[in-house]
Write a protein that binds this ligand. Structure first.
Ligand SMILES: *Cc1c(COP(=O)(O)O)cnc(C)c1O
Length: 394
């Protein structure tokens, strides 16, 4: 197919982009599990090493299976190019290494994945880069902290675990007024629900480990954006080595084929669960942007084509009551991972956000009674029954 033909819809692109059939005539995309590539002669080897001739050299640089995943993801995101990495954190590190140097300044939303805060505080600062954290929804803070050496804004929307929605267009405008890049972590929505490039974001980052795989098998990540910006990320990945395994790339490119369908089903299930929790007498608060009472509901409707699969809620009581609900489940998996066909349940205050001080947890709105649920694709009435077991005991 010709992917540049913009008549193709997103499902066709997700299923057909990137694979050029080899002489074997295979139907499914092959896995090129090879670390290096061979040449017809010494001249060809010399040309390829010197970049005079294009082609594969070594799988830390390029690999045909990884390339199919990259092409597919870039097309689905409305981006020109994607670079795959060994994990979501590897993708974020590659962006930092590509665009920041000593003396630069970054503004980052406080509501980002926990390890990203650790990456900035413990490592990026060590190399002389200043970092300020701001409230995702407080545009005045983004504006007021920007200064001449500000090179990058970093945000995630919806946030984890409280589903705070950030205004991508407004934050992109502020970043661009200061000649800074806006990086958006789009792991929760995936390109199936949100395309930050349409709202002015420069670089999109993914943990493919979550919904893109969708079945909890492999670690991976990617950066998506314009061609020239991505060349710097590619250069970092091929030199520093956080490259994606061809086997994992194959898992993810197959995941992309069903991503639209799965995300639609995750959204439908999550909305039903959120509505059920919202009227439950043992539940004091539900965080899901699909509920009209959620403060980010209108913005989510503008930016996203669905509200996502993560529902967080507070139970009446504290840690003991939250743990009772978690421990009373019989099939929902007690695990920190999310974005799986299997529903997963987490107590953020003692796991994903457990390293924060009591005050920092309070500032982040992480109450001891809070539970995060990643709604899987099991039957909704079964998920409701599993949650009811503990809620009925409180
Ligand atoms: C999991 C996650 C990451 C990190 O990805 P890994 O694949 O675990 O390295 C980054 N951002 C978000 C939003 C995540 O959920």
């Amino acid at each position: 197919m010709h992917e540049e033909d913009d008549l193709f819809g997103p499902n066709t692109l997700a299923i057909r982009t990137g694979h050029e059939r080899t002489h074997e005539g295979e139907h499914s995309e092959p896995i090129f599990l090879t670390s290096s590539f061979v040449y017809k002669n010494a001249q060809e080897a010399a040309n390829k090493f010197q970049g005079k001739e294009s082609g594969n050299v070594y799988s830390r640089f390029t690999n045909p299976t990884v390339a199919v995943f990259e092409k597919r993801l870039a097309v689905l995101c409305g981006g020109e190019r994607a670079v795959a990495t060994g994990s979501g954190m590897g993708a974020i590190l590659a962006i930092m290494m590509a665009y920041l140097k000593a003396g630069d300044h970054v503004i980052c939303s406080r509501d980002v994945f926990g390890s990203i805060v650790g990456l900035f505080e413990r490592y990026i600062r060590k190399f002389g880069v200043e970092v300020d954290f701001v409230d995702l929804t407080d545009l005045a803070q983004w504006k007021n902290l920007a200064k001449p050496n500000t090179k990058m804004f970093f945000m995630e929307s919806p946030s984890n675990p409280l589903a705070v929605i950030g205004d991508i267009q407004a934050i992109a405008d502020i970043a661009h007024q200061h000649n800074a890049l806006l990086v958006v972590d789009n792991t929760f929505c995936t390109p199936a629900l949100q395309q930050p490039i349409k709202f002015g974001a420069d670089l999109i980052v993914y943990s493919a480990t979550k919904y893109i795989d969708g079945q909890g098998r492999a670690l991976g990540g990617a950066v998506v954006g314009k061609h020239d910006l991505l060349e710097d990320v590619f250069s970092v990945v091929r030199t520093l080595g956080p490259s994606m395994s061809p086997f994992n790339a194959w898992v993810f490119l197959k995941g992309l084929e069903t991503l639209n369908l799965r995300m639609k089903a995750h959204c439908e299930g999550a909305l039903q669960i959120a509505q059920w929790l919202n009227q439950h007498e043992k539940v004091s608060k539900v965080y899901y942007s699909g509920l009209e009472t959620h403060p980010g509901h209108e913005l989510a409707k503008k930016q996203q084509s669905g509200f996502g699969g993560i529902v967080s809620f507070e139970v009446k009581g504290g840690k003991d009551e939250a743990w009772k609900v978690i421990d009373s489940t019989t099939f929902i998996s007690i695990t920190g991972n999310l974005g799986d066909v299997k529903s997963t349940i987490t107590h953020p205050a003692t796991t994903t956000h457990g390293k924060l001080s009591a005050q920092a947890q309070k500032d982040a709105g992480i109450d001891e009674s809070l539970i995060r649920l990643s709604v899987g694709l099991e039957d909704i009435h079964d998920i409701i029954r599993d949650l009811s077991r503990g809620l009925d005991l409180i």
